[in-house]
Design a protein around this ligand. Structure first.
Ligand SMILES: NC(=O)C1=CN([C@@H]2O[C@H](COP(=O)(O)OP(=O)(O)OC[C@H]3O[C@@H](n4cnc5c(N)ncnc54)[C@H](O)[C@@H]3O)[C@@H](O)[C@H]2O)C=CC1
Ligand SMILES: O=C([O-])CC(=O)C(=O)O
Length: 314
């Protein structure tokens, strides 16, 4: 067992499922939980700790009530914030969650100065921007989770169409985690075979649309909130890649610093994750229509960032 500590701020659906996933997998020595709901956070710590014992995992799960108890983590995940309900877009959460993000990031960095921070709260790209600005951190230390989730959704819809090859499908999605995300069929494969070799164009177009709508589909069915199993599992992969210095490549939300021709805007692109967080940003060769879609996605995030700059940071 390693001696690593993971902190989770916001122990609602995604945060608690993430803690459960990491504790079950025995991936760290301690998980610290923090939430404004003090009884809930204590209940979650007990329940998840007891599940870890059932799983014969050595991970200890603790609730933190005071800010200073939540300290010395190697990775801090922020899932604090409100989730959307039917009829809302992720963007409707902007100002409420920006306020929560700036509050929680300050104490997170004060007591966890060496932590790599993973942001999950929505609207994702704008929340990564908010966290980077509030913390005044380099981009490698604050990363957003969405691309792994969106790619997993795309894999799911490919499997639904194909009916075979579970586990051999590699789907690829980039761009912002919003209605303008950019699924990339030509970077997606089934056991190494390009998608276009095994599916008709109409089917591929349908998969692309379903992927973009994947979050909203679950929100509509759930009625009370949004997805959490796949988001939590996707986040656990990022946590593990950082804790274990795996140098794995995943699509994550990062601040672009010239890559793809963009500066000072956050979007989802393939990156290499290791102990220092984002250790490399990978630039794909996009075709003209993908470039155009990516630029549309960037423009949507820019609109949110402009709103933040005018209404929130001023
Ligand atoms: N990036 C992505 O792909 C995904 C993002 N999300 C986003 O993650 C966020 C969390 O989603 P859920 O867990 O489903 O929501 P939830 O409502 O179940 O949990 C949110 C938790 O944050 C806590 N919280 C609120 N303000 C806080 C503060 N100042 N300090 C500490 N805790 C605070 C609440 O008490 C609650 O327990 C939402 O914004 C949601 O939209 C959800 C799924 C996927
Ligand atoms: O749909 C939402 O609001 C939550 C989320 O980001 C997702 O599940 O993709």
């Amino acid at each position: 067992m390693n001696n690593k500590k993971v902190g989770i701020i916001g122990v609602g659906n995604v945060g608690s499922t993430l803690a459960f996933t990491l504790a079950s997998k025995n991936k760290c020595s301690q998980i610290l939980l923090k939430d404004i709901r003090e009884n809930i956070v204590q209940a979650m710590a007990l329940d998840i700790s007891q599940s870890a014992n059932a799983a014969k995992s050595n991970t200890i799960v603790k609730a933190c009530i005071k800010d200073e108890e939540f300290k010395d983590c190697d990775v801090v995940v922020i899932t604090a914030g409100i989730a959307r309900r039917p009829g809302m877009s992720r963007d409707d959460l902007l100002l409420t969650n920006a306020k929560i993000m700036t509050q929680v990031i300050q104490s997170a960095i004060t007591f966890n100065p060496n932590a790599i921070i993973i942001v999950v709260s929505n609207p994702l790209d704008a929340m990564v921007y908010t966290a980077l600005k509030a913390a005044n951190y380099p981009r490698n230390k604050i990363i957003g989770m969405a691309g792994i989730l969106d790619s997993a959704r795309m894999s799911h819809f490919i499997l639904e169409k194909l009916g075979y090859d579970a586990g051999q499908i590699e789907a690829s999605v980039m761009g912002g985690h919003g209605d303008d995300m950019v699924p990339l069929p030509n970077f997606s494969t089934v056991a190494g075979v390009p998608l276009s070799e095994v599916l008709e164009t109409d089917d591929i177009n349908d998969i692309v649309e379903k992927t973009k709508n994947g979050g909203a589909q679950i929100v509509k069915l759930l009625e009370t909130g949004s997805a959490y199993y796949a988001p939590a599992y996707a986040t656990s992969l990022m946590v593990e890649a950082i804790l274990e210095d795996k140098k794995e490549v995943y699509p994550c939300a990062v601040r672009l610093e010239g890559e793809y021709g963009y500066e000072d805007i956050v979007s989802g692109v393939p990156v290499m994750l290791g102990k220092d967080g984002v250790e490399k940003v990978i630039e794909l060769h996009l075709n003209d229509s993908q470039k155009e879609e990516f630029s549309k996605s960037i423009a949507s995030v820019k609109e949110l960032v402009d709103t933040l700059e005018n209404k929130f940071f001023k």
